[in-house]
Design a protein around this ligand. Structure first.
Ligand code: ZN
Length: 194
């Protein structure tokens, strides 16, 4: 519990209290501000207890920003990232065009994903990764990439969420089915056969 109403707390506000040592923040935050980043304030720790204190609220807001997007906004964002990746000739080229998306006042920043395999990709603070398929892999998708098909994986914490391919100028997002891994391959090949 890192929130308190103390005798000194202003009406309509709360006083953050360190969830480790219990010390109170020297200023109150308005209720709306608390609700907006409730998870952050409920786990708030003071400067002394948290070595990563600086910028932690900003980081929290950035992380949770993607959760606030609608399905349509998310699709548009992912497609824009896909286009950026294939507009760039190399990861070096991408470095100059780090992706920023602003929606309802918040900004999501995608940084260029650095990797030793020279693959083009973007990563978000939350761990969401959009990475081109490695054409050097012998897998079905690796073969597609080697044939020049533009395709990427969307991953988070090591989990493959979706596969994306461009065919006839149209970008398709194929959500993976954890109970049927074959399904993604079948659907991708089906699209490419058209
Ligand atoms: Zn503390």
């Amino acid at each position: 519990m890192a929130i308190g109403i103390l005798p000194s707390t202003m009406p309509g506000a709360v006083t953050p209290m360190c969830s480790e040592c219990g010390v109170a923040l020297c200023y109150d935050i308005p209720n709306e501000e608390y609700q907006e980043a409730k998870e952050f304030w409920d786990n708030w720790t003071c400067k002394e207890c948290n070595p990563n204190y600086k910028g932690s609220l900003k980081k929290f807001k950035e992380k949770s920003m993607l959760d606030k997007l609608t399905g349509i906004q998310k699709t548009a964002m992912i497609k824009a990232l896909f286009k950026r990746i294939f507009d760039a000739a190399s990861p070096m080229d991408l470095a100059n065009i780090a992706f920023k998306l602003t929606a309802s006042g918040d900004t999501a920043v995608f940084k260029v994903h650095s990797n030793t395999k020279n693959l083009r990709g973007f990563i978000h603070e939350s761990g969401l990764l959009v990475l081109e398929q490695n054409p050097g892999k012998g897998s079905w998708c690796g073969k597609l990439a080697a044939e020049g098909v533009e395709c990427v994986w969307i991953m988070k914490s090591g989990t493959y969420l979706s596969f994306m391919i461009r065919h006839n100028d149209e970008i398709h997002i194929l959500r993976t089915n954890p109970r049927n891994r074959q399904e993604t391959e079948d659907r991708a090949l089906n699209i490419l056969a058209k």
